[in-house]
Design a protein around this ligand. Structure first.
Ligand SMILES: [Zn+2]
Length: 66
């Protein structure tokens, strides 16, 4: 899980893309495996199927080293 953060760390442009801002209070939302959640006001935005699959295949690739 942690390595995902390393990946985005390399490219700050990606961070802005991955990090969602809460439409209610405009603070950064926590990135969960299937959703983004705001810790301040409790707003939750569910990820699209595409977003979920993307993360999954990435993890699979890294774990499955031939
Ligand atoms: Zn919020």
């Amino acid at each position: 899980m942690a390595y995902e953060y390393y990946n985005v760390d390399k490219d700050y442009k990606k961070i802005t893309l991955l990090k969602r801002k809460c439409p209610r209070c405009n603070s950064f939302m926590a990135d969960h495996y299937d959703r983004y959640a705001c810790g301040k006001c409790g707003y939750t935005a569910f990820k699209t199927q595409e977003e979920k699959t993307k993360g999954k295949s990435k993890t699979k690739k890294a774990a499955k080293k031939k």
